[in-house]
Design a protein around this ligand. Structure first.
Ligand code: G6P
Length: 506
């Protein structure tokens, strides 16, 4: 039975979309996070009476301690949030280990950052089983399960092995790597077999989908039907003897490209609030009429932060007219701090920023303003509104929602978006953004100079195009497109733009 509007939706993600805080009396308080995912999915969950299952983001509290906070927030949102708690050991092996030291770097083509520890794989299986048990506790016949991201690729397989199969779709928020990178994964058969138990399987771009299809053609000899953005894949029966991971019966699954969007209207409304406008004006006044080049990135080696700093240094060398006329305002959001590569990256960045500021600072002008902390939604909107240029230099990125949020918050239409061509967002935003190859330091520096001198008319035209795309292809459309495949029963064409491919003139 295809899931209609009446059937329940169960969403599963590694993290619940909530922020938990300890109160002084030892109890916990939870509130919804400000992301697009929660805004898009909560209305569907509310309508269908669904459940969202995930880790509440702390190992300092017990289940009994967080449950009252989750009950209160569930009441406020009109749908149920159900926690899966981790032990310290599970955090190390499943979250920091397999998810973020194996799959994360591998899927971003950075396989030299991978730490293929066999124990990590065991922890991944154990925690996927734990999530499967949490789903089995609440799932009823006819429910549809929507599983998010690389932490939970085994979930549908685990449910079947437990004797509790549930119809389930999967969306990967990260990129999917090319065959020659994916093949290095010691558990490549098991991961792909488990993924093939979902239907549909969704990716951010056609490029990611193509990589996935190549991998399953080579490893499982599947046949692909259709040519649209959603195709149907016939998976022949695979016996247990054909490799690790257990047998799978002959079946078909839909595989599609569904670029995630943001809640455009909510972001634009936030940028139009009086408090946010006042904050943005104060930020502009602080830099005394200079142009603000804004960076907002999680501390992650996929974001190309050293490349961005080198390009900025290069621009200051080659275009002295930028001196005293621009500031790079770089926010770095702390992340995954127990992983050595992340600690190392922080040291590298702070060293580089110190060098650049040491070289160029003059009385009254410090070129880079660097902040290492979390940013509240209102402050973030004020920075977006105040920034003349947003600079995104990811080496590889599933989508990059900062690019879309910047456009939505640019209600004055005068900002310029400089965007890495290796961010998923480049496919949709290629017409309005200045696309750059983050490895081309001269090229990024030239884009900074071009954005700095861009006439207002061109800025406005480009930003109008960008905002139109971000508005039309928002997170609600994304959720409808993905869930629509389940009701349309397979093949569908979702009219999204083709991949971005560089040309000699770009
Ligand atoms: C990426 C992943 C998300 C993840 C987020 C933050 O965007 O695709 O699944 O939640 O990073 O990372 P964290 O490890 O803090 O959850």
């Amino acid at each position: 039975m295809p899931p209609g509007d009446k059937e329940r939706l169960i969403v599963v993600s590694n993290r619940l979309p909530l922020v938990l805080n300890a109160r002084e009396d030892g109890t916990w308080d939870a509130k919804g996070s400000s992301g697009g995912l929660i805004s898009a999915l909560v209305p569907v969950l509310r309508r269908r009476g669904g459940v969202w299952i995930g880790w509440p983001g702390t190992i300092d509290a017990t289940r009994a301690e967080v449950e009252p906070a989750l009950a209160a927030v569930s009441e406020a949102y009109g749908c149920t949030f159900k926690p899966v708690m981790f032990t310290q050991q599970e955090m190390e092996g499943f979250y920091f280990g397999f998810s973020n030291e194996v799959i994360w770097p591998l899927f971003h083509d950075l396989f030299t950052n991978c730490n293929f520890q066999p124990d990590y794989w065991k922890a991944y299986q154990t925690v996927n089983r734990k999530f499967a048990a949490a789903v089995a506790e609440v799932a009823r016949p006819g429910d549809f399960l929507w599983v998010h991201d690389y932490h939970l690729m085994d979930l549908a397989g685990e449910l079947r092995r437990m004797g509790r199969p549930v119809r389930a779709g999967f969306f990967l928020h990260t990129p999917f790597p090319p065959l020659e990178i994916f093949l290095r994964l010691p558990w490549r058969f098991e991961i792909l077999r488990n993924l093939l138990e979902f239907d549909p399987i969704g990716f951010q771009t056609l490029h990611d989908r193509r990589n996935f299809l190549t991998c399953i053609k080579v490893l499982f000899n599947v046949r692909v039907k259709g040519t649209g953005s959603v195709v149907r894949v016939h998976v022949p029966a695979v016996g247990a003897e054909a490799g690790p991971g257990g047998a799978i019966p002959e079946h078909s699954v839909s595989v599609g490209a569904f670029p995630i969007g943001i809640d455009f209207q909510a972001t634009a409304n936030m940028a139009m609030r009086d408090e946010v406008r006042a904050k943005a004006a104060a930020l502009k006044a602080d830099i005394r009429g200079r142009q603000m080049i804004l960076g907002v990135d999680r501390l992650d080696y996929t974001k190309g932060l050293p490349n961005k700093l080198q390009a900025f240094r290069n621009a200051l060398h080659r275009y002295p007219e930028l001196h005293h006329r621009v500031n790079l305002v770089q926010h770095v959001v702390p992340s995954r701090k127990e992983i050595p590569d992340y600690q190392q990256l922080r040291l590298e960045l702070e060293h580089l920023i110190g060098q650049i500021n040491g070289e160029f600072t003059e009385s009254g002008w410090v070129p880079i303003h660097y902040m290492f902390h979390h940013l509240g939604a209102e402050d973030l909107a004020a920075y977006y509104l105040a920034a003349d240029i947003a600079l995104i230099t990811s080496l590889k990125d599933g989508m990059n929602l900062v690019a879309k949020e910047y456009c939505a918050a640019q209600v004055e239409h005068t900002g310029v978006l400089i965007l890495s061509e290796f961010a998923g967002a480049a496919a949709q935003l290629q017409r309005g953004a200045l696309l750059v190859n983050p490895y081309d330091i001269d090229g990024v520096a030239a884009a900074i100079q071009r954005a700095f001198t861009m006439p207002e008319k061109e800025r406005r035209e480009r930003m109008r195009l960008l905002r139109r795309t971000v508005r039309n292809e928002d997170v609600y459309r994304w959720a409808d497109a993905f869930l629509g495949v389940t009701t349309r029963g397979g093949l569908a064409h979702v009219p999204y733009p083709e991949d971005y491919l560089p040309s000699a003139s770009s």
